[in-house]
Design a protein. Structure first.
Length: 299
């Protein structure tokens, strides 16, 4: 966890922006019997994070005995330094409500919730879960999803190629992405466990970003981060086009303009603004004429 936070700080300095979140894990990261001590460590690390650091925590599922103490220790002590709380094994909106009540009870009334969708029933309810006002993002839990089918989905569907080929897995990914976009939330793609195969990772990340509508992706190893950033970043040509169109639109007080023989208006302006946002969030260098839109004002 400490190494991840250090890498985040180093890459933020390199790119001029915090380009990935660090999620401190209590669900799989805590030793059995040592859940409270691990939660205290997570709270300590979150509180000690560098200014501008994006630190989150994944707690135990709401039906786990350690869930209540996770919330009390982590959110109760460090909510002000967390960007979100990750809830695993979410099945229903009622579980989101249960978590929100627990957060509110310890004063974390504005902390956003991210939900891990890991079963067929959860996929069925993805639109309702995404609609909850405290839910900011849905993530797909590939391996638990495959395991939840009792052997009906073969194990190779958990691999870097099979997960894009099995119809049930592919359908789940598309449902989650669609649910998020329907409610203005962020779809986050699952991990690639073959962390040494950078070419396979890059192909999976590009497919998730360009074909399935995902705007974030999990990594499980530091070597994966730059590959994911590269795949999710807009092309340089798209960045230049977005900058040119929006600069012209700004000069026209956001009235329709003509650019490269095409009509551009507020619908396309929204799209091009999103291109620049993605470029900034993935550490791409923005053209000089739009760079000021993404710089923090001097204090």
């Amino acid at each position: 966890m400490r190494k991840s936070l250090q890498l985040q700080a180093e890459m933020a300095q390199e790119f001029g922006a915090c380009v990935f979140d660090v999620t401190l894990d209590c669900e799989d990261g805590a030793p059995v019997g040592g859940e409270a001590e691990h939660a205290a460590l997570v709270a300590e690390l979150a509180l000690g994070g560098a200014p501008g650091a994006r630190v989150a925590a994944r707690v135990h599922a709401v039906d786990h005995p350690a869930f209540g103490s996770d919330i009390e220790i982590i959110a109760g002590r460090a909510a002000s330094r967390l960007v979100h709380l990750m809830l695993p094994k979410v099945e229903t909106v009622g579980e989101i409500e249960q978590a929100v009540r627990a957060l509110d009870a310890v004063g974390a009334t504005s902390l956003a919730v991210h939900a891990l969708i890991e079963s067929p029933a959860a996929v069925h309810r993805a639109f309702d879960i995404a609609a909850h006002p405290r839910v900011q993002s849905l993530s797909f839990g590939l391996m638990d999803f495959v395991s939840a089918h009792g052997g009906a989905i073969p194990g190779d569907a958990m691999g870097v190629q099979g997960q894009f080929m099995h119809p049930l897995v592919l359908r789940a990914k598309m449902e989650i992405a669609s649910a998020c976009h329907a409610h203005g939330k962020v779809p986050s793609h699952c991990v690639v466990t073959e962390f040494k195969d950078k070419n396979a990772l890059a192909a999976a990340a590009r497919k998730a970003a360009r074909e399935l509508g995902y705007t974030r992706m999990w990594s499980i190893h530091p070597d994966q981060i730059r590959v994911v950033l590269e795949a999710f970043a807009p092309d340089e040509r798209d960045i230049d086009t977005a900058a040119a169109v929006l600069t012209a639109a700004s000069r026209a007080d956001w009235a329709p303009v003509s650019h490269a023989g095409k009509l551009e208006d507020r619908a396309s302006y929204r799209y091009y603004w999103q291109v620049l946002e993605r470029a900034h969030q993935t550490g791409r260098k923005l053209p000089e004429e739009v760079r000021g839109w993404f710089q923090s004002p001097a204090v």
